[in-house]
Ligand binder design. Structure first.
Ligand code: TIU
Length: 222
């Protein structure tokens, strides 16, 4: 059974059984004070605004027994999967692997690396630990999607122009159809939020589709 919802640049058509909700990097390191995002010089407030809308979509998705997948950006405690170039980037006083207010920055197993309580994954929801900005690079996401017969993705999370964009571009090149929920993705930069969403839907939907979550919520089957 397929459903169509109004979106940019035109209606997004999907079969819920062949669609996964992807929640990208809703980790304390990006949305909490003292995390990696703030250490990079950002104000985390705009990112916190997406927690509630994602929570509403996740609840509706779960209520219908559909597949949600969570991702986390981070590295092994020995940092062997972190490129030296990424480690050095930004010349941060407290950077990746260093002890910060939320534990070692962007390191798996640390408090800051984990997903915020409001969006905590259920035991049956895959969590993809990724070393890069994209969710496909050096992860088993492709296999998980193939095993479940998924070919469409509803994309949420942070940040719009970095990990969301990289993931949508990777997914698009792999043949997935992506709908990005405009109120469920966040950027530290208001101007990047606007431009990044425009880039996805421009040129006939060059990477995918964009719609507010209200359109998805009203289209989902009861
Ligand atoms: N800094 C920034 O905007 N983003 C990241 O470093 N990672 C993600 O977007 N998850």
């Amino acid at each position: 059974m397929t459903y169509s919802i109004p979106a940019e640049p035109y209606d997004f058509t999907f079969d819920p059984a062949a669609t996964a909700l992807l929640i990208i990097d809703m980790q304390r390191d990006f949305v909490d004070s003292g995390g990696f995002g703030e250490l990079l010089g950002n104000d985390v407030a705009p990112l916190r605004e997406v927690i509630a809308p994602i929570g509403r979509v996740l609840a509706a998705w779960r209520a219908r027994g559909l597949l949600a997948i969570h991702t986390r950006e981070g590295h092994r405690p020995d940092l062997s999967d972190c490129p030296p170039a990424k480690l050095a980037r930004g010349k941060l006083e407290i950077g990746i692997g260093d002890q910060g207010p939320l534990g070692r920055v962007l390191v798996r197993g640390e408090w800051g690396h984990d997903i915020v309580e409001e969006l905590r994954p259920l035991p049956n929801e895959p969590v993809i630990d990724k070393p890069g900005k994209g969710s496909f690079y050096a992860t088993d996401l492709s296999g998980i999607l193939a095993h479940r017969g998924i070919h469409s993705l509803i994309v949420t999370g942070v940040t719009t122009e970095v990990c969301v964009h990289t993931t949508v571009r990777e997914a698009n090149d792999r043949g997935y159809e992506c709908l990005v929920l405009s109120d469920c993705v966040g950027s530290y930069f208001p101007e990047f939020q606007v431009a990044a969403l425009k880039m996805i839907a421009a040129q006939g939907g060059i990477f995918g589709w964009v719609a507010p979550s209200s359109q998805l919520l009203s289209a989902l089957p009861e």
